[in-house]
Ligand binder design. Structure first.
Ligand SMILES: *Cc1c(COP(=O)(O)O)cnc(C)c1O
Length: 493
């Protein structure tokens, strides 16, 4: 049983006659036209101001985020979001821009978009870019639609997309959404693409191979040049899922590895907030021959003027988003890039890899290490040993971590590792935080041996324990009791 008190709804804190505002009762409201007045009071909770503030502060304290503590969610790259970027993005000069403004009045905003595009092209070794897509998965959709347009222009849209069995679920989902058949390639013993199987499956009906590098196991695909030439020999395209770009900045570039297009998850590599479905951005950069198919408009520059470029409208896949994407997110990403500089970004990647390697060294003896290859920015361990010995599953470990006031890592992904724990500390964490996480994992491994029931029943210190996650997502219960049926007000009548 959870001991923690669940925060009541604000309606349950309501008592008749209490109020949070100070409008004098005798105030003359005759200036409000009769027909606009309500027939009866709005159904609002009657709560004094201090109770309202405390209620919302308590709720905010129930939340866990990168500003609360370490958030080692593998693949998601929950790095710290610098506050200066938030402050600048809230400047009214940016906030109050309107997408219908004349180009001559938004030269600064266009310059920001242009420069971000140039920086991302340089970092990835690509030639053209769209900033429109709203997330990584949306970038994938954009990329595969570009791939389809390219192949169609060559005379055959082709039928298949290849993905490795370690791939992120959005890769096959994207391929299926674009009408392609998904062919899954097995990984080899090292955890990387099996080139023999790639050769067998690669034919001239394959539109593209979608991969991340380093892959979702945190392992660098060291045969990437051979992979690229196998795909290109049959006229296919190589798609770079840029979710793991934070591991390689300044060291290698997707364009130089042979990739034809890449999406960037700005909320991962470039520290923009993860918006839980809110505004995000997943720009897509492409090689020269794919530029005609980019969504329109792109941002162009001639002499000293920036402009929206519609010149490829006839060949473009169309628009992927209203207007120009989430400008304020793009701005934050440029701020992150420019405040680090390219040498700083290289250091970011170096420290991301160093932190992951350090943490893996400290905790891998507690679990099984399914692949022996060197770790990049994240690593995957398996709790199969604890399952076999003590009946403890990864979900039990993840739930128990919450009791220690930390966020759990990603679990049960990638799918090819049984009882997977996927850990990504990011470069943001200090060595003390890494040591702290390691000591929590040690304690939990010890508990598995000595007191497994504490793990089976975890978490003990959170307001919610183990909801059925699918049901909680599909049918969330957002209120604990029913509000009185709201009859339509007069003016809505
Ligand atoms: C996060 C992630 C995606 C999807 O990106 P979103 O921005 O969440 O839509 C795709 N592939 C990999 C490997 C990822 O980690």
């Amino acid at each position: 049983m959870n001991t923690m008190q669940v925060e009541k709804l604000i309606f349950q804190l309501s008592r008749d006659g209490r109020s949070g505002n100070y409008v004098p009762e005798e105030r003359d409201l005759s200036f409000i036209p009769e027909k606009m007045k309500r027939e009866r009071p709005l159904n609002l909770p009657s709560v004094p101001e201090n109770q309202v503030v405390r209620h919302f502060v308590r709720l905010s304290n129930l939340n866990y985020g990168v500003d609360t503590g370490m958030y080692p969610l593998g693949s998601c790259t929950m790095k710290y979001n610098p506050k200066i970027n938030e402050k600048i993005a809230r400047d009214p000069a940016f906030l109050n821009l309107h997408p219908y403004q004349d180009e001559s009045t938004i030269q600064g905003a266009l310059k920001i978009m242009y420069q971000l595009g140039e920086d991302l092209k340089l970092l990835s070794g690509m030639d053209g870019i769209t900033l429109q897509p709203a997330a990584g998965a949306h970038g994938e959709l954009t990329g595969i639609l570009i791939s389809r347009a390219y192949h169609t222009a060559q005379g055959n849209p082709r039928k298949k997309i290849l993905v490795p069995d370690s791939s992120h679920g959005t890769n096959p989902a994207t391929a299926a959404m674009c009408g392609y058949r998904v062919v899954t390639l097995p990984s080899n013993e090292r955890g990387t693409i099996d080139t023999k199987s790639l050769k067998e499956n690669m034919d001239d009906e394959v539109a593209a191979l979608m991969i991340t590098n380093p892959n979702t196991l945190g392992i660098f695909e060291n045969e990437i040049e051979e992979v690229a030439s196998i795909v290109h020999e049959k006229g296919g395209l190589l798609y770079y899922d840029g979710a793991n770009m934070n591991a390689i900045m300044g060291y290698v570039r997707p364009g130089d590895m042979g990739f034809d297009m890449v999406h960037f998850n700005l909320h991962k590599t470039f520290s923009t907030p993860h918006g839980t479905g809110g505004p995000g951005a997943g720009p897509v950069a492409v090689k020269e021959r794919l530029k005609p198919f980019l969504p329109y408009p792109t941002v162009g520059k001639n002499e000293e003027r920036y402009f929206f470029d519609y010149s490829h409208r006839e060949t473009s896949i169309g628009k992927m988003r209203a207007f120009h994407g989430n400008f304020l997110i793009l701005l934050r990403a440029l701020l992150y890039i420019r405040s680090n500089g390219f040498s700083g970004l290289k250091r970011v990647s170096k420290h991301a890899v160093l932190n992951a390697s350090y943490l893996k060294k400290k905790i891998s003896h507690l679990f099984e290490d399914p692949y022996r290859a060197a770790t990049m920015h994240e690593f995957v361990l398996s709790a199969s040993n604890l399952k076999k010995q003590y009946g403890i599953r990864t979900i039990d470990i993840a739930k128990r971590i919450l009791d220690f006031g930390l966020h759990a890592p990603t679990i049960y992904f990638p799918l090819i590792v049984k009882e997977a724990l996927m850990i990504e500390p990011t470069e943001s964490e200090t060595v003390e935080n890494l040591d702290d996480f390691a000591s929590v994992m040690e304690k939990i491994a010890e508990e598995a041996k000595k007191n497994p029931s504490i793990l089976h029943d975890a978490p003990h210190n959170t307001p919610v324990g183990r909801p059925d996650e699918t049901t909680a997502n599909r049918k969330p219960i957002l209120k604990a009791f029913s509000l009185p049926e709201r009859r339509p007000d007069k003016q809505e009548g």
